[in-house]
Design a protein around this ligand. Sequence first.
Ligand SMILES: C[S@@+](CC[C@H](N)C(=O)[O-])C[C@H]1O[C@@H](n2cnc3c(N)ncnc32)[C@H](O)[C@@H]1O
Length: 284
Amino acid sequence: MISKQEFDEFRKFLEQASGIVLSEGKHYLVSSRLSKLLQENGIGSIAELITCLKQNRKPGLREQVVDAMTTNETMWFRDRYPYEMLQQSLLPEFAERIKTGPLRIWSAACSTGQEPYSISIVVEEFLKANPGSFPRGVQIVATDISPSVLEVAKAGRYDQSAIDRGVSPERRQRFFRQDGRYWEVVPEIKSRVLFRQLNLQQSFVSLSKFDLIFCRNVLIYFSSEFKRDILERQAAQLNPGGYLMLGSSEAPTRYTDRYVMVRMPQGVIYQCKPEPEAMRVNQR
Ligand SMILES: C[S@@+](CC[C@H](N)C(=O)[O-])C[C@H]1O[C@@H](n2cnc3c(N)ncnc32)[C@H](O)[C@@H]1O
């Protein structure tokens, strides 16, 4: 059982370390997510865990705790419309206007890889139908705070139940190779995706600029201030006319005026406005 004081202290730690806000009454979530970790580390209680974290006694413990507290729910082609929009509206538009460099896409909370690989599959299908559309190539950068999901994502191997969540038999046949009980993403799809560990609290500048950012089903875990901070820093990472794809219930216009909503035939997306001169100066 966790006391109110332990819960409050743990909540503070988690928000500082990851931005994740635990709402009141989520005591059960803390106990269930951390019980294995406490056992493995020989830590007897949440109070002792907090002391260890404060004193920085066990290397890697902080990372393990954050990892255990993340929710990594995902699936292939989640909500379908973002991928239909990518295929039918965004890729044709990018093919028309991106002439000098590669098309760059960021999957900003990629979990076990289904999101960036779904993007890569759609790109592959588009290139097959429209050869030579991106002469400088297409790069997909996929990041997450959690080292354990990134390990799965990099391996690109999924069991049947994961594949059954969103991959059609035609796509499974074309973009996966069966290896025993697992299905592995083929090299053409994998090689376009670069995975990197990144906490959204860190600077995005080293990732360089993007034409499209997928930041789906992650802002829901954060405070309004942190949402605004992420959305504004993402706007600064977008090339002129770049787009931000959020989860179906999320809207950046509630937190910042750096985006305009654009209605496409397949659904809604957000386009960044030109950066104000004052912000450009501050970021230098
Ligand atoms: C629910 S999953 C969403 C996955 C995918 N974007 C989708 O829509 O299917 C949320 C992901 O956000 C990651 N996450 C949570 N806090 C984060 C942070 N501060 N920085 C980076 N990633 C974070 C979690 O590890 C988790 O994999």
